[in-house]
Design a protein around this ligand. Sequence first.
Ligand code: NAD
Ligand code: IPM
Ligand code: MN
Length: 347
Amino acid sequence: MPHIAVVPGDGIGNEVIAEGLRVLGAVAPDVTWETFDLGAERYLRDGTTMPPEVMRRWREDFDAVYLGALGDPRVPSNVHARDILLGARFQLDLYINFRPVRLLDSRTCPLKDKAPEDIDFVVFRENTEGLYTGIGGQFKRDTDDEVAIEQEMNTRKGVERIVRAAFAWARQHGKRRVCMSDKANAMRHGHDLWQRVFKAVAADYPEIEARHLYVDVLTMQMVLAPEQFDVIVTNNLFGDIVTDLGAALQGGIGLAASGNLNPGVAALFEPVHGSAPDIAGKGIANPLAAVLSAGMLLGHLGRPQVERRIQDAVQACLRDGRVTRELGGTLTTREVGDAVLDSLGGV
Ligand code: NAD
Ligand code: IPM
Ligand code: MN
C-alpha cells in the first residue's frame, strides 16, 4: 500500500493540499499518508526547519512526498524553505524538476487564438545545482565595500543526467523536439559545458530534433509561438523563471503542477506556485495545481489511468467555469475541490 509524506506548509499550501488530499482519497482509497508539521509556524515555534531524521524517513519509508508551499513574510530569510524544499531536492538528489505546460482549456490562455494542442510541452528543469547551491559568500557585509558572490555550479554529471532525461522522455513519449536553453553567449564556462554535453547526448537520439535557444530568446518564443516546443531542458534558475511563464500560458500559476524526480529513488510533487501570502487564509486560492500534482504523484506510483481521470475532471471544471476568481469564477477553494470530486463521478 503506497504511503505518502505530506507537507501542507505555509500560506495557501494548507488550503490547496487539503483539496488535493480529498481528491487523492477519493481516487486512491488504499493510499495512506502521514502529515508533517514543517514550515514557518513550526520554525517560529521551536526553531525546527528540517530534522535529519525526517529526511531519512522520507527517503526510506515513503513512496513519495506531497508538498504545498513554503514561504512566509515572518521568516524573511526563507531559511525553512531552503532547508525543507531545497533540502529535499538536494539530499534526495531529485535532479529532474518535471514541469508540464499544458493548456487544458483555450479560455484560460492569455494568448489569443491558442488551442490546447498549441500549448503542450514539458520543461526539464535541472534541480540540484546551478545557482541554487548556496556556494559563495559575503565579504565586508553592510559596508560600502560589500562584496556578495553567488557561484553557479555546473557538473558534467549533473548536466548530462538532466539532458539525457529530457531526450529519454521525448523518445518514450513520441515527441520530436528537444530545445536546450542557456546563456552561453555571456556565461562562457558553465554554459559552454551545457553546449558540449547537449551536442554529445543529442547524438544518441538522432530521430529527435535538438535545438538550442538562448534563454532570452526562449522567453520571447514561448509567448510568440509556444506550439514550436515539445521538451525544453534548462538549468535550475532559468527553469524556475520559464516555468512561471509557462504557468501563465496555461492559464495561471494556480494550474501548474510539478514533480521533483530521481527515477527509482525518490519523488516529491508540488504545485509550481508558492504560499501566496496576499491571498492566504481567504479560501480563494485555486487548488487545481495541487490537485493535478496529486494526479502526477499517482501516475508516478504506476496509476497513469487515475492521473488521466484527475486531468479530465480538472478539464471539466474549467469547461464548466467551476473555478476560483482569478480564472473568472466565483467558487472558493473548497468548492473547487467539490467540483473536482463531482466531475470525477462523471468521467
Ligand atoms: P506565489 O506563487 O506564492 O504568488 C504569486 C502570485 O500568484 C500572487 O499574486 C498569488 O496570489 C498568486 N497565486 C499563487 N498561487 C495561486 C493559487 N493557487 N491560486 C490563485 N492565485 C495564486 O509567489 P510569490 O508571491 O513570489 O511567493 C510567495 C512565497 O512563496 C515566497 O516566500 C516564495 O519564496 C514562496 N514560494 C514557494 C514555492 C514552493 O514552496 N514550491 C514556490 C514559489 C514561491
Ligand atoms: C519553485 C520555487 C522555489 C525555487 C523557491 C521557493 C526556492 O520558486 O519551486 O519554483 O526557486 O525553486
Ligand atoms: Mn518558482
